[in-house]
Design a protein around this ligand. Sequence first.
Ligand code: DNO
Length: 346
Amino acid sequence: MKMTFRWYGESDPVTLEKIRQIPGMTGIVSAVYSVPVGEVWGEEHIERIRKAANDAGLEFEVVESVPVHESIKLGDSDAPRLIENYCENIRRFGKAGVKVICYNFMPVFDWLRSELSRELADGSNALAYENAEVLALDPSVSELSLPGWDESYTKGQLMELLEKYKQIDSEKLWENLHAFLSKAVPAAAEAGVSLAIHPDDPPWGIFGLPRIICSEADIDRFLKLVDMPENGLTFCTGSLGVSPDNDIPKMAAKYAKMGRIHFAHLRNILITGERCFEESGHLSANGSLDMDAIVKALKFNGFKGYIRPDHGRMIWGETGKPGYGLFDRALGAAYINGLWEASKEG
Ligand code: DNO
C-alpha cells in the first residue's frame, strides 16, 4: 500500500513540505480546482501539480476528484459530449502518470454533514451529522458548504437542478451510471489508470435525491455493471461505516480479494443514534469501527492500492477546511501505518 494525503493545491495552508514530513508519506492526492465541472483539464495544470509534488519529494498518482457533470447523472442530451470530455481527462491523467481517479455519482451534493465544528468531550472539533437537523434543512436556502461541493450554482440554478432530479429515480440513476461507465472504464483501461467510485456519504438518500452506492448489495451490482478490474472502488470506511448494516471488515476483505479496491479512505466514526454520527478520533476505541480489523482485512487480502487518512478533527487550535487540517490527519496516517506495520498473518 502507499500512504497518501489530500492536498488542495497551492492555496492549501497544509503545505507539501509539511505533508512530506509525515512518516511514511509517499504522495499527494489532488485535483485541478480552477476548471469548471465537465470541462477538460489543461495538461499544463496537471503537470504543474505533478512537478510541485515531485519537487517536494512526493508522488502524484491519485486524482481526487474528477466530478461527474450533473447532465451525465441526469442522462441529458449533452451527456455524450461530457462523457467524452471525461474520457479525454482520463487519457491526460494516464499520460501524466496518474494511476487512480476518484469520483462519485451522488446527485447534486457530495458528502453532507449538519455540523462542521461540533465540540467533542476532549475539546477538539469535528464534523457531525444529526438526522433531524438534515431533515429540517432546505437545500435551496441553506448556507451550508463543504469542501468538494460545487459552489458555482446560483440558488435559482440549484432549484432548477433539484426539480430535474424529480424525474430520476434510483433505477434511472443506475442506467445513467452504466452509460457513463461503459465509456469511461474502457478509456481508463487503455490509459493504464483505474477508476475508483466513492460511496455515497452518508449512505442514504438526502433531500429526496436518490443515492445508489450505499451497501454491499449496491457495490456488488456496481462492480458487475462493467466487470473489469479498472472499474473499482474508493473504499471509504467513514462513509459506508455509518450504516450499521455495513460490515466494514468483511466488505474490505471481500473487495480487496477481488482486486477492486484501488484507493481507501480510512477513518473512524462514532454512531451516536439512528442516522446520527460524529467523526471521532482515529482509534478503534474512539468510534464504532474496528480499525485494526479493517487494516488487517485489506493487508491480508492483497490490497496494493493507495490509502489516505481521510478526515481529521481540528485539534491544537488549528483552523482550516473542515475535516482537512494537518495535525489530526497526520495522526491518522501515523496510526494507520502503525496498524499496518504491526499486522502479521498467523
Ligand atoms: C470528502 C471526500 C469526497 C470525495 C468525493 C469524490 O471528504 O471524500 O468529497 O472527494 O466524493 O468524488
